[in-house]
Design a protein around this ligand. Structure first.
Ligand SMILES: Nc1ncnc2c1ncn2[C@@H]1O[C@H](COP(=O)(O)OP(=O)(O)OP(=O)(O)O)[C@@H](O)[C@H]1O
Length: 359
């Protein structure tokens, strides 16, 4: 069997729900002809659990003209590494990539998006963490169904609470009476965020989703100066007033050299559960147009949906995957774009070199 011919056929295979090819991704790690059969090993720098079945079918179809009915074995690996962050900020033990979820305006669904992206990433096979940095209104414990839990402490470290899918969750909501946090000033807020992040014992997290408070205040400043962020995404509703604020959030990230992975439009249209009529309550395609204007990807357009609201408030975000597969798929599509964008960033080598201290 000619492995060069097989490689050419494999390299041309397009990844499901993507424009990328196995060749472009340098994903074909090994082609081994053994006896009458063929063994293929594919390696990816992102999770592929959500496309694995389709990928296997596509690979088998591409090889079938060359191998006929010979036995075919396909092994698929994902190896997710740490990627570059802002210059001068070192990465954190146990966390490979931090993704900040921001919005210019409050109430646009940033926390909802953070929780659902985390769940999508975990369904795709990644190890995921969520840091609730919305110190004035933490909602991740509720949305992810772990509001009654508390992080254990071990040798002065917090052990993040585990939610559905093994998601590691840390939130100021676990530690303090959040009514008090409302009166905190800048330095206290900044310190609380750093404590949550640095004093937690994260267990080999591929992607840590940081749910930021709305706006461009103290938390965002701390984030940009002290916390190693791989990139950010901005959530907005389509109406003009939200878009103006979303743009401010994007400008802020640009100023501090944190790349924007994309814009996610939330509450795009309302589809009536009775008659199916779609109504653009907050306007049409605003997030899409903003993404175009800014030259960043549109990660998705999520409808204003009663099942989303009910699930989030009841702490049953994880159930959406079973009860509302189309909505869960929209979050998976967004997460899929996100992990590809992360993989495109340069790798981080800071942890491989000893720190040089000048005294
Ligand atoms: N696509 C959606 N469809 C229906 N309800 C939604 C949707 N997205 C969010 N919601 C609901 O809107 C409310 C606000 O959402 P969420 O808390 O995620 O917003 P936020 O931007 O994080 O708010 P905050 O400014 O308080 O941090 C919640 O009750 C949530 O369930």
């Amino acid at each position: 069997m000619n492995t060069a011919v097989l490689r050419t056929a494999l390299d041309a295979v397009t990844l499901p729900h993507s424009q990328r090819t196995l060749g472009g991704e340098k994903a074909v790690a090994e082609i081994r002809a053994e006896g009458q059969g063929v063994h293929i090993t594919l390696g990816f720098p992102y999770p592929v659990g959500h496309i694995e079945a389709e990928l296997r079918t596509a690979v088998a179809a591409a090889l079938s003209p060359h191998i006929g009915t010979a036995p075919l074995e396909i092994t698929i690996h994902s190896h997710i590494t740490a990627h570059k962050v802002q210059p001068g900020v070192a990465t954190i033990a146990g966390v490979k990539n931090i993704i900040a979820v921001a919005s210019g305006k409050g109430g646009v669904g940033k926390s909802t998006t953070s929780a659902n992206l985390a769940l999508a990433l975990s369904r795709m096979g990644a190890r995921v963490g969520v840091l609730d940095a919305d110190l004035y209104g933490p909602s991740q414990p509720t949305m992810l169904g772990v509001a009654a839990a508390a992080p254990q402490q071990q040798e002065g470290h917090f052990i993040p609470v585990r939610a559905e899918g093994g998601i590691q969750v840390m939130s100021i909501g676990f530690l303090v009476d959040t009514d008090q946090a409302v009166v905190w000033r800048g330095p206290m807020v900044s310190q609380a965020l750093q404590q949550l992040l640095f004093q937690s014992r994260w267990d080999d997290v591929d992607y840590l989703i940081v749910d930021l408070p709305p706006g461009t205040g103290d938390i965002q400043l701390t984030l940009s100066q002290k916390i190693p962020v791989t990139g950010a995404l901005v959530v907005t509703t389509p109406q003009d007033i939200a878009l103006i604020d979303a743009r401010k959030a994007v400008d802020m990230f640009n100023k501090v050299n944190i790349p924007i992975f994309g814009v996610l439009e939330n509450m795009s249209v309302h589809v009536c559960s009775q008659c199916g009529h779609a109504e653009p309550i907050f306007g049409h395609d605003g997030g899409k147009l903003l993404a175009q204007k800014l030259g960043v990807p549109l990660l998705g357009q999520l409808p204003l949906s009663l099942p989303i609201r009910v699930a989030m408030d009841a702490g049953q975000a994880a159930e959406l995957a079973h009860t509302e597969p189309a909505l869960a798929q929209a979050y998976t599509d967004a997460a899929w774009q996100l992990v590809q964008a992360v993989a495109d960033k340069g790798k981080d080598f800071s942890s491989r070199f000893p720190k040089i201290v000048v005294e």
